[in-house]
Design a protein around this ligand. Sequence first.
Ligand SMILES: C[S@@+](CC[C@H](N)C(=O)[O-])C[C@H]1O[C@@H](n2cnc3c(N)ncnc32)[C@H](O)[C@@H]1O
Length: 212
Amino acid sequence: MYAVGHREVPALKPDAAFWTDYYEKNDPSEKPDPVFFGEVQELEPGAAIDLGAGDGAATFALAELGWQVTAVDFAENAVLRLEERAKARNAPIETDVADILSYASDAKYDLAYLGYIHVEPDQRPPLLAHAVATLRPGGTLLYNGFTFEGTADGENHTESFRALFAPLGEVLACLLPTGLHIHYAEQRMRPSTFSFDEPGSEYMSVVVRGVR
Ligand SMILES: C[S@@+](CC[C@H](N)C(=O)[O-])C[C@H]1O[C@@H](n2cnc3c(N)ncnc32)[C@H](O)[C@@H]1O
C-alpha cells in the first residue's frame, strides 16, 4: 500500500505494472472516499466516466446514486474485479481497459471523475485535458487528489515520490488552458479510509470542481 502520510512506504510508480501488482496484492474497494461522496451528492445523475476507477469504489457509489457509469483503468485485473462485482450486483457498468493519459471516446459525459490519480508532473496536462475532453458542454469535472502542500508529511518521502502529488496550483495550471470554468478549487483535510490508519487519521487533499 502507498499513502502520502507520515510513515515509510514503498515507492509508488505511476505505471500499469505497479498498479497491476498492487491489485494482485490488495483489494482496496468498497469504501467511497468521503470528499468524493459529498461532492457527487450535489449533482444530478447522468452519464459519468470514472477515470482511473481501480476496482470501483467510486464507480459503485455513483451507480447507486443513479449514474450510468463507465469505468476506465489500465490495470486489467482491477477492471476484471470491477466487472465481476458489477455482474454480481446486476449493476449496468461499462468498462474499458485503457490509458487515461490519452483516453478519447465518442461518448460525452455529464461527469468526469479523477480520484487520486497521481502521475508524473509532465503527465498532468494531458491527463486533465483528456478528462475535460470527455465532457459534454455543461458537464462537470471533479478532481480529488492527495497533496503534501500545507503538511509536514512529505519529510519522510523522496522528492520523486512527493512530485506525484500535485499541489492545487499545479492542478489549476493544467486545467485553465482547457477552458474549464472552475467552480471551486481548494485544499481540504479528509478523513482516512485506509484500514491501516489510526482512527481519526486525516490527509490533505486537493478538490477541484469545474464545468466545461
Ligand atoms: C489510487 S488508485 C484510485 C482508484 C479510484 N479512482 C479511487 O478513488 O478509489 C489510482 C488508480 O488509477 C489508475 N491509473 C493510474 N494511472 C493511470 C493511467 N495512466 N491510465 C489508466 N489508469 C490509471 C491505477 O491503475 C489505479 O487503479
